[in-house]
Design a protein around this ligand. Structure first.
Ligand code: 5GP
Length: 207
């Protein structure tokens, strides 16, 4: 099959488990790669430059903004985050689909330019569950957690802008849902023009 590459945007509040779900799905699939964002946020223990993020200075970030190097960028929880355009262009020219893990503001910007993108919202089963997760992972102090929860409320009010909703109550189920959405989207007839043409020519020619 000749599949057209797709842009999959996964969004939702910080602490909802997006990264865990995304990593599990990417480990299973060879047709989609992760778009590594640039950020001015300090590196957390265990994070790798160029793999989790490109950790850059505010000056470097602003230079990239000026040079129009981002598909989208946003202020998220007090830092700057952006999706480099070049990476997506390169992946598409190699016929690979791309998965973006970005916040809701960023996703809404991408919706304006990528009408054919697939937009998925991952939500927590409750605000309490989200708060508990943020506290447990111990990557932010009290004040930063409060800011992330405040932002989460705004994000949750925008679920209706997305095409799919995954409520992360059961991790395996959430992983299965994301994997299934990507599979279903990539075999939509409108994305398989060449296969449909070939099918008509080869299989239906004597019909
Ligand atoms: P964290 O600091 O926890 O890694 O990420 C914080 C938030 O920033 C997450 O919701 C994540 O999806 C979002 N984010 C990561 N990269 C980007 C990006 O390139 N653009 C936007 N708009 N948000 C991003």
């Amino acid at each position: 099959m000749i599949k057209k590459p797709i842009l999959v945007v996964v969004s939702g509040p910080s602490g909802v488990g997006k990264t865990t779900i995304i990593k599990a799905v990417l480990a299973k699939r060879r047709d989609i790669i992760f778009s590594v964002s640039c950020t001015t946020r300090p590196k957390r223990p265990g994070e790798v430059h160029g793999k989790d993020y490109f950790f850059i200075t505010e000056k470097e970030f602003q230079k990239m903004v000026k040079n129009n190097e981002f598909l989208e960028w946003a202020h998220v929880h007090g830092y700057l985050y952006g999706t480099p355009r070049r990476f997506i262009d390169e992946a598409f020219s190699n016929n690979k689909s791309v998965l973006l893990d970005i916040d809701v503001q960023g996703a809404m910007k991408v919706m304006e330019t990528f009408e054919d993108g697939v937009f998925i919202f991952i939500a927590p089963p409750s605000i309490e569950a989200l708060e508990e997760r943020l506290k447990k992972r111990k990557t932010e102090d009290e004040e930063k957690i409060r800011k992330r929860l405040e932002d989460a409320l705004w994000e949750l009010k925008n679920i209706d802008k997305f095409q799919y909703l995954i409520i992360n109550e059961d991790l395996d189920e959430a992983i299965h849902s994301l994997d299934s959405i990507i599979t279903a989207e990539s075999i939509k007839v409108r994305r398989l023009e060449e296969d449909v043409k070939r099918y008509e020519e080869e299989v239906l020619k004597n019909g």
